[in-house]
Design a protein around this ligand. Sequence first.
Ligand code: ADP
Length: 401
Amino acid sequence: MKILVVNAGSSSLKYQLIDMDNEQVIAKGLCDKIGLEDSNVKHKAFDGREYAAEVKMPTHSEAFETLMYALIESDAKVIDSYDEIGAIGHRVVHGGTYFDKSCLVDDEVAEKVEELRELAPLHNHPHYLGIVACTKTFGKEVPQVVVFDTAFHQTMPEKAYIFGIPYEYYEKYKVRRYGAHGTSHKYVSERCAAIMGREGDKDLKIVTCHIGNGASISAVKGGECVDTSMGFTPLDGFIMGTRSGGVDPSALTYIANKENMTPDQLSDMCNKKSGLLGISGVSSDNRDVSAAAAEGNHRAALANEIQRYQIAKFVGSYIAAMNGADAIVFTAGIGENDPVLRTEVCKHFEYMGVKIDEEKNKIRGEEVEISTPDSKVKVYIIPTNEELAIAKDTLAIVNSL
Ligand code: ADP
């Protein structure tokens, strides 16, 4: 079966068409700047053929028509008709406490995704628009499935998700830790269990480090998430490309008072101007920051150092949370590609017998064990594949109908 995986953002629509018989990507693309004058599509087929054009896309509806054109009619077409698409899987950022797993879309589910926009204003509404536009383009015959970034974290115990503020805010507004990147943490922890030959083992303890531009770490015990670093929103945890991670809230209110900032401006500062970018003043991109550090830029070097140190502290706290760890997994742009970060993080765990094979650690972006055979804890690079994970969940649900 061919499955269309869709990630609808506020002004963009990313997609992949995946053949689930061999798990190969048949085509992928991006409809960008939806709602703007210069909206455009970039599409690439598996054999390298490309289609790129400026197309008027005032809403997500036209974006779906454009992607269907790219798939079926363009010079880089990969299928002959709509009928070849067996199902559609939507990435949805927030499932609140309502969705603890992926599910089939019906009117009620679509409405619930929209209702949860309160918790993820920039994401859930576009996802809802994506579902509506998709239904308009494909009709109701093609099943649609929603896969939530938060769902994997719904197994966290109360002690991990309740914040230390008056309980009434949890009751009134559902303010709690939800986490994010759940699809990735689930995917790499399942891959890790499979590589170790310990699928279904309730005692298996894994710390998964998804370190990309956005970054989070999870503690996964027996296949279930028991804690995760992102919080009510993806801002919590440790420093990321432009996000601050956890900061003393009093420091923020102090700055807001000094600079006359509104809550929204404060949130903007923490989300978009902080992290690697804010500390280094160079860039939010890890490669740029590392390059500047290598040239002697102190703030860039400091940004790198803080990132690695904070990651190590989270890994350490999750090892404590699980009373041990059998494996540590690195994934996403930085986790898969930055040997120095992996070495620096793992050095903090030499005391408990973690040993890195520096030759293997040079490997980038491949599924590989980078610890030595006598390391007491296995360390892996496992490239994440959120689109494939979404397609797999979609297939499983469609097959169960
Ligand atoms: P996101 O999906 O959150 O936007 P990614 O997972 O694509 O982010 O990760 C982007 C980050 O990965 C950037 O900071 C980039 O510099 C870093 N990265 C990508 N390739 C490399 C590399 N070869 N070496 C070091 N860092 C890399």
